[in-house]
Every structure is written in structure tokens, then in C-alpha cells.
Design a protein around this ligand. Structure first.
Ligand code: TXA
Ligand code: MG
Length: 339
């Protein structure tokens, strides 16, 4: 799959004009595609919520091209945040910090904090620099569905709501950013992502995992999140062939996402071997789930993934996608349930 790293001047000008007009622009980042609006225009940001069907109380991340503009959005930058920014920005890290006074409630969901990320994708950088301001952007999917990792995913799902879709091909990481918050100078990991807990710990010292009593909670509905339409079940790694046979007995069609080839031929099973490397498994995860979702199967079985923090973000998204666990859209989701 091709990765396009630069947009043309004309594409960027069109996108910038759309943002200035209060319209929505979808753009690639190294994690997933974002659905962007001018972060200083509350009416434009509200359009994001309408397009996604997302409850208005859920905060969105503001994207900047460079940390030097942090003070426009953040009242006080924790010391640990400065160190993390130096180590991981631009990159797949989002930091939740005290918000500056002028930041609109529609961005923060009325909370006293704001989430900021400096993305590394050259096309996201190009857009942010040309626009010259902050771009509010959640993942460019309908609320509760799989995040898009290719421009055509955005087109399929949000098409008409978006004036411009910048096509960067396939996203390199394929899973949303790591989100951290701060309690004094202690870091709390709210969502696992491309930067692992061990990487954060190496820079910032102690890291608390998962939501704490003080962590911001997002009110609103509790649909399954990051989910395909077809019911998805996580199964113990060694039982995937046997369970695929059992589930497809009588000609029921079953989809499987595994880390290896099937041990034998299965008559009614659509099987994807996503491999054993967390990098490629994560990069392809949402695209694979979209493919299996369209395969006309009654059920998706996912072979459980290995332990170890390189699989944390993948395990987190799979747990949220599993139909047997109802999760909220909130970052304070399943981490406590991680094995
Ligand atoms: O990789 C990513 O982070 C992508 C790309 C586009 O940057 N964005 C993304 O946005 O995943 P979204 O909205 O799908 O997920 C952001 C999460 C949400 O769960 C939201 O509740 C949380 O960040 N969040 C945003 N602002 C927050 C805040 N002030 N406090 C706590 N959580 C916040
Ligand atoms: Mg999202």
C-alpha cells in the first residue's frame, strides 16, 4: 500500500480555505485519519460532532505543528510534559494539560483540561503550518466505529460531511495515539498507543496505568467502541481453529483474525493471518476488521494476542471492539481490564 507524504500546494490551499470557512477537512496522521476543524471556531468544531454523531460532551484533541504554540492553549505545562514533548513530539503522543482561559468548552467538553498532540505525518504538518493555527480533530469515523487508516475509509463513512479529504495513503501506525494526563508531575496513561508505557516511563519516571479517581470522565452513551458491525469475540490463542470449526458448524460463515495460518482447511471460514509482529498487526488492524466486517459473516473470532507492552494498544482496541464488553467512548475505558 502506498504512503503519500506530501500534498500538492493546491490541495493544501483548498484545505486551509475550508478550515477558514468553518468547514471540515479530513487529513492523514501517522496514527489514524483525523476529522479536522478550526479549533478557534466553535461552530466549526460543533460540525465535527454532528458529522460523527458524537455526544457533544466528549472532548477533542487539538493538533499543533509545533510545541512552541503550546502556551496559546495550555495554562501551565507540567515539567514531565516538557520532557515528553522533547522525546516524542512530533509523534503519536497526546497530552492532557490544564487549559488556557480562552479555550472553548466545545473543545474540552467543559472540562478544565485540553488534549494536545503534535502529529508527525508530513501532510498533517504541511496542513497545520499552512493553516497557522490549532486543528481540533477526533478520528474521522462515525461515533463508536472503527477508526479510518486510509482515505477511502473516510470517504465511505463521512463522505459528504467533509469538504476536503487529503489522501496520504495508509497510516503508518494504524492505532490512535497514546494519551497521558498529569497529576502534579506524575504521569497517568489513559489510552495505550504507539508510544509504550515503558517508553513514557524511561522519560518521565513513574507512570500510573489507567484511569484514577481524579481522571476526567466523559459523560455520554456507552456503545461498543472501535467496533465492526459484525459481533466480535476474542478467543484463547490455542483454540482458534477448534472454535472456528464449532462456530461454522452447519454452514454459518465465520471470520477469523489470527496471527498465523489455519492449521487445517475450514469450509466456511474467512481467515486473515495478520502475523506475529505488533507493528504490522497494529497498522493493519482496523483495515482487516473492515475487510472481515464486509465478508458476510455472522461472527468475527479474533485470536488473543501475546502479553507484553508492544501489544498493549492492540489488546486495548480488541477488548473495546469485543461485543461481549460494552465500553464507553471515553479514554478511561478498558485498561483496568487488561490481563
Ligand atoms: O491518534 C489520535 O489520537 C487521533 C488522531 C486524529 O490524532 N485522534 C483521536 O481522537 O483518536 P479521538 O477523539 O477519537 O480520541 C481522543 C480521546 C477521546 O477518548 C477523548 O475523550 C479524549 O481523547 N480526550 C480529549 N480531550 C480530553 C481531555 N481534555 N481530557 C481527557 N480526555 C480527553
Ligand atoms: Mg476516535
Amino acid at each position: 500500500m502506498v504512503r503519500v507524504v506530501r500534498a500538492t500546494q493546491v490541495e493544501i490551499e483548498n484545505a486551509v480555505q475550508a478550515l477558514r470557512d468553518g468547514e471540515l477537512v479530513a487529513f492523514p496522521t501517522e496514527t489514524v485519519y483525523g476529522l479536522g476543524a478550526n479549533a478557534q471556531n466553535p461552530a466549526a468544531v460543533r460540525r465535527i460532532f454532528e458529522a460523527k454523531g458524537r455526544p457533544p460532551t466528549h472532548p477533542v484533541i487539538v493538533h499543533l505543528d509545533d510545541p512552541r504554540f503550546l502556551h496559546r492553549w495550555v495554562r501551565e505545562v507540567p515539567q514531565a510534559a516538557t520532557r515528553l514533548a522533547e522525546a516524542f513530539w512530533p509523534g503519536p503522543l497526546t497530552m492532557v494539560m490544564p487549559r488556557a482561559a480562552h479555550v472553548h468548552d466545545v473543545i474540552t467538553g467543559g472540562q478544565d483540561t485540553i488534549a494536545i498532540r503534535v502529529p508527525a505525518h508530513p501532510m498533517a504538518q504541511q496542513l497545520l503550518t499552512a493553516f497557522g493555527g490549532g486543528i481540533a480533530a477526533p478520528s474521522a469515523n462515525r461515533y463508536g466505529r472503527l477508526s479510518p487508516t486510509r482515505a477511502e475509509h473516510v470517504r465511505e463513512e463521512l463522505g459528504d460531511a467533509v469538504r476536503v479529504i487529503l489522501d496520504g495513503g495508509e497510516c503508518q501506525l494504524g492505532l490512535e495515539s497514546t494519551i497521558v494526563a498529569f497529576e502534579g508531575d506524575t504521569v497517568r496513561l489513559l489510552r495505550p498507543g504507539g508510544i509504550t508505557a515503558a517508553q513514557v516511563r524511561a522519560v518521565a519516571g513513574e507512570v500510573l496505568i489507567g484511569p484514577g479517581p481524579e481522571s476526567p470522565r466523559v459523560p455520554g452513551g456507552t456503545p461498543t467502541h472501535y467496533a465492526p458491525n459484525t459481533p466480535l469475540t476474542l478467543v484463547p490463542p490455542g483454540e482458534i481453529d477448534a472454535l472456528a470449526d464449532a462456530a461454522s458448524a452447519g454452514g454459518r460463515r465465520v471470520a477469523v483474525l489470527a496471527q498465523r495460518l489455519p492449521l487445517r482447511a475450514h469450509k466456511y471460514v474467512t481467515w486473515i493471518n495478520a502475523g506475529r509482529r505488533p507493528e504490522s498487526y497494529g497498522r493493519d488492524l482496523y483495515a482487516n476488521l473492515r475487510t472481515l466486517d464486509r465478508a458476510g459473516c455472522q461472527q468475527i473470532l479474533v485470536q488473543g494476542v501475546p502479553d507484553g507492552d508492544r501489544w498493549d494498544a492492540i489488546r486495548d482496541r480488541l477488548l473495546r471492539a469485543a461485543s461481549n464488553i460494552a465500553e464507553s467512548d471515553d479514554v478511561t475505558g478498558t485498561m483496568a481490564a487488561l490481563p
